[in-house]
Design a protein around this ligand. Structure first.
Ligand SMILES: *[C@@H]1O[C@H](CO)[C@@H](O)[C@H](O)[C@H]1NC(C)=O
Ligand SMILES: *[C@@H]1O[C@H](CO)[C@@H](O)[C@H](O)[C@H]1NC(C)=O
Ligand SMILES: *[C@@H]1O[C@H](CO)[C@@H](O)[C@H](O)[C@H]1NC(C)=O
Ligand SMILES: *[C@@H]1O[C@H](CO)[C@@H](O)[C@H](O)[C@H]1NC(C)=O
Ligand SMILES: *[C@@H]1O[C@H](CO)[C@@H](O)[C@H](O)[C@H]1NC(C)=O
Length: 453
């Protein structure tokens, strides 16, 4: 098998080329991802674009690098890359959120004003949904937020588990002008996206049926519900009435962000899904690695839908205490429906490329079976890589019946050291001298076969 690298470019980042890479005290801080200067961070909250400014709120502990004292921290940016850290937007100061200002979302209301819906936790651990509004709409950064005197607006009744009732989504408006929002919950042994309706964004009435429920999933954390354009290259506003769309329902459980696609009828609030969560051996997730509690928003300036997800670290409390921080946000990704209409596709937003600094480039190099081409000149710990491979002969590729195969299971059976007919080939990252340590990012080629089995 002949493989050649047609084009390989690895960029080091402005920061990582010189600064972060040589920082002995903080070798693991990233030069690409969003991180606060210190302390604990988890879920992204209420991302939005408002009057020329991107906002990101996030779950934050102002007092240390472990989870606790959960507050809405707030940062703003003009480009989704460079961020300014503002005072906290919401802190646990009232009876209805004294044990934490948990996750939630922003919605741009019909008059163009933004609103936050978030979960507050009472001293007895009961979770309720609250509203907060900007104190000063002429402040472009919306620095100060005021909690509604009517809080809590939505409380857990009728068998909704009060300790598992949280994370209101961005609301959307039906053709009748009424707002809808979903809240993650657990009721009668089922995980649910519980649906509420409101005319004024203050008085919320629970709908008879949840938008979706499941006996298999446990509670739906951080539910997200939004339209994606069929055959379109643009994102769609959450309240869009465009008929040429499908809807995505995302829920976080079992440590992953799962989604299902379907068609939504706002007149009846019926979401008719094409598949179910945890349906058979294969299911769709945003990511198969460490990526959780994600949230999307519609970027009206560039007509795209962008997703952020929390990347929890796995290095334990002792390391977090030593580093003084824990957690990062994913690179923002734009989300579209694939041309087949059967799944979502994601790509890092273009703006991230502005972080690229010096590059190392390799062109037209042949790779023989078993060989490794070492790339020098970029830091191994952090690099942005583009690579294209050319394969001369695919005749020998093995056959695969797509409907009968779970690519993830296959990937873990046939690891990077399992020799196939065409592949594996790819990149060894974070590799040590002599390759005693390495992480393989690899590809294996199959031919799609024949009839359904
Ligand atoms: C943070 O929360 C813990 C309980 O989780 C509490 O004991 C502590 O007093 C809080 N710290 C501050 C500064 O509020
Ligand atoms: C928790 O406290 C709130 C506020 O006092 C109260 O309304 C609610 O009923 C309590 N929940 C439970 C489960 O006791
Ligand atoms: C509101 O924000 C504007 C712009 O930052 C500022 O000039 C004004 O003083 C603020 N108003 C109040 C009442 O704080
Ligand atoms: C929702 O739509 C599907 C497909 O059209 C239909 O089978 C189902 O009965 C509807 N459910 C409700 C609650 O209207
Ligand atoms: C990489 O750097 C070289 C100069 O060293 C430059 O000619 C080339 O355009 C760069 N490639 C990219 C993709 O930026």
């Amino acid at each position: 098998m002949q493989i050649s690298v047609i084009r390989f470019v690895a960029f080091c980042l402005a920061l990582a080329c010189v600064g972060a890479e040589s920082s002995i005290e903080q070798p693991y801080r990233t030069a690409y991802h969003f991180q606060p200067p210190k302390n604990w961070m988890n879920d992204p909250n209420g991302p939005m674009f408002y009057k020329g400014v991107y906002h990101l709120f996030y779950q934050y502990n102002p007092y240390g690098p472990l989870w606790g004292n959960i507050t809405w921290a707030h940062s703003v940016s003009y480009d989704l890359v460079n961020w300014l850290h503002l005072p906290h937007a919401l802190s646990p100061t009232d009876p209805f959120d004294i044990k934490g200002c948990f996750s939630g979302s922003t919605t741009i209301l019909s008059d163009g004003k933004p609103a936050i819906l978030y979960t507050g936790v009472y001293a007895n651990d009961s979770q309720v949904q609250n509203l907060a509004l900007p104190a000063n709409l002429t402040d472009p950064f919306l620095t100060e937020w005021v909690k509604s005197p009517l809080n809590p607006l939505i409380i857990p009744i009728d068998g909704i588990d009060p300790k598992n009732f949280r994370d209101p989504s961005t609301a959307w408006q039906g053709p009748d002008g009424i707002w809808r929002v979903i809240v993650g919950g657990h009721q009668n042994g089922q995980g649910k996206a519980i649906l509420y309706q409101s005319k004024d964004f203050v008085n919320w009435i629970r709908s008879t049926n949840p938008l979706r429920s499941s006996a298999k999933t446990g509670m739906f954390e951080c539910p997200d519900f939004y339209p994606v354009s069929i055959n379109g290259n643009y994102g769609v506003d959450t309240s869009s009435q465009d008929k040429l769309t499908k809807h995505v329902l995302k829920a976080s459980f079992n440590g992953n962000d799962y989604y299902i696609l379907g068609s939504y009828t706002p007149q009846t609030d019926n979401f008719s899904a094409e598949s179910d969560f945890l349906d058979g051996s294969f299911d769709f997730r945003y990511d198969y690695g460490k990526f959780y509690a994600s949230k999307t928003f519609y970027d009206s300036s560039k007509k795209r839908r962008i997703s952020w997800g929390w990347i929890a670290e796995m290095d334990g409390d002792a390391n977090a205490l030593e580093k003084g921080w824990s957690g990062l946000q994913s690179i923002p990704r734009s989300i579209l429906l694939s041309k087949t209409g059967k799944q979502l596709i994601q790509w890092p937003i273009k703006e991230i490329e502005t972080l690229r600094a010096e590059n190392v480039s390799i062109q037209e190099k042949q790779l023989k079976g078993g060989s490794v081409l070492e790339v020098l000149g970029v830091p191994a710990s952090q690099a942005d890589v583009e690579v294209a491979f050319d394969l001369t002969n695919l005749k020998k590729a093995e056959f695969m019946v797509p409907d009968g195969v779970d690519p993830r299971a296959l990937g873990s059976q046939q690891t990077a050291s399992f020799r196939g007919m065409v592949g594996p080939f790819g990149l060894l990252v974070l590799a040590s001298q002599g390759l005693t340590e390495q992480t393989a990012v690899f590809v294996r080629i199959f031919k799609i076969c024949c009839a359904h089995v």
